[in-house]
Design a protein around this ligand. Sequence first.
Ligand code: HEC
Length: 164
Amino acid sequence: MKKFVFCLATFGLVLACAVLIQRPTANAGYENVVLATTVAVADDQPEVVEDSMHEFMEYVFQPTYKRLKVTMAAAPADNAGWKAMKSDALILAESCNLLFARTPDEDAAAWNKHAAASRVNGAELYKAAKAKDFAKSTAAYKSMLDNCNACHRQFEDGKHILQP
Ligand code: HEC
């Protein structure tokens, strides 16, 4: 009987230790979240959310460009088509401003120049779409892509050359 009680106590102790050891691992993800929210951040300042350029282009620029490409294939037949063009033009133009928070140390001036040129042409596309002028929209769209591509040529060794 004594032996049985001793065994039970030992088993209980081992179990308690195992639970204690396991806990931080099981909660690791959650603890990180808590940590992240308790780190002092300036909540009245703009801040980069995704600092990987790859993810930024893939999830902000790429889907917008892909949608816009379909929209630009023919003059919109209705208001919904023009709205789609305006929306994606504005998303791209404004997103070009976000490139200034991602300027690399090397060739910073050239990077900013490409970003500004893409934004200017994106803004032209937005204006032309607002005016429902498809000829002007198409011209601005092509100029915008030329400038997107100019940055890709210089900073991506010519990868990601986008076709209108
Ligand atoms: C100032 C530089 C710059 C400008 C301007 C720029 N890009 Fe990019 N873009 C990049 C870089 C750098 C990458 C490569 C990111 C990586 O994979 O590391 C990239 C990659 C991409 C990709 C490929 C994403 C993927 O996951 O394969 C697409 C699509 C793209 N850009 C769209 C655009 C569009 C559309 C514009 C213009 C409205 C634009 N970019 C303007 C720098 C720029």
